[in-house]
Design a protein around this ligand. Sequence first.
Ligand SMILES: [Zn+2]
Length: 237
Amino acid sequence: MSTAHVTSTLFQVQQIDLELDRLAAEQRSVVHMLQGDSKLRKLRVDYSIAKQQWESGLQAQREAEWALEDVNRRLNAQEQRLFSGVVKSPKELQPLQHEVQSLKAQQIRQEEKALEMIEAADALKEAMQHKGEVLQQAEDAWKTESATLIARRDQLEAQQCELQAKRIQLVSRLDATLIQRYDAMRRMKQGRAVSKVEQNSCQWCRVILTPSELQRVRISVELQTCTNCGRFLHYDR
Ligand SMILES: [Zn+2]
């Protein structure tokens, strides 16, 4: 392979590597975005808290209703005893009347409490439903967004595979030690190990080549590097 061919192949490898770097950076950002956004996570937590609050409200409502049923039952039983005529002696009747009075007072208190609990549970249910709607909208939006992201991630993977295959093919034509030098140089020189010669100067650092340097690059007997930035020079004829 002629030196000119070597530098042009190296230059092509570099184009591929730069594109691979760009694709890898985009892929990292897509993968990061696919982990879900913090706003959605917060909405999920908010909804689950609202649901728990409603469930405890419902439990408190049920307990108040059970307590009311219990008072009603006891009051019914004592009223039946009172009006059945079974209890006749004033000694027994008086405490029974007292108990009925006290149970009636309890009944009123318990009715108020149960009503309060029903209202509280209703308010909690409404709050939960509202949070549920907001969450559902966000979930739907995320579904669409993540489908787009997944498609892009797959596309990026396919593009990278294709470029990797192309790179392997190009690199196989080059000397292994040259590729090692190229790889090391790319790491040290902002991803660019090969620079084109344009208007008699190194495209990367803009240093003007001396006539003899220019001549050597043109006839390309051997691999030339820029005397200023050290990159391989590629003369595009
Ligand atoms: Zn240079």
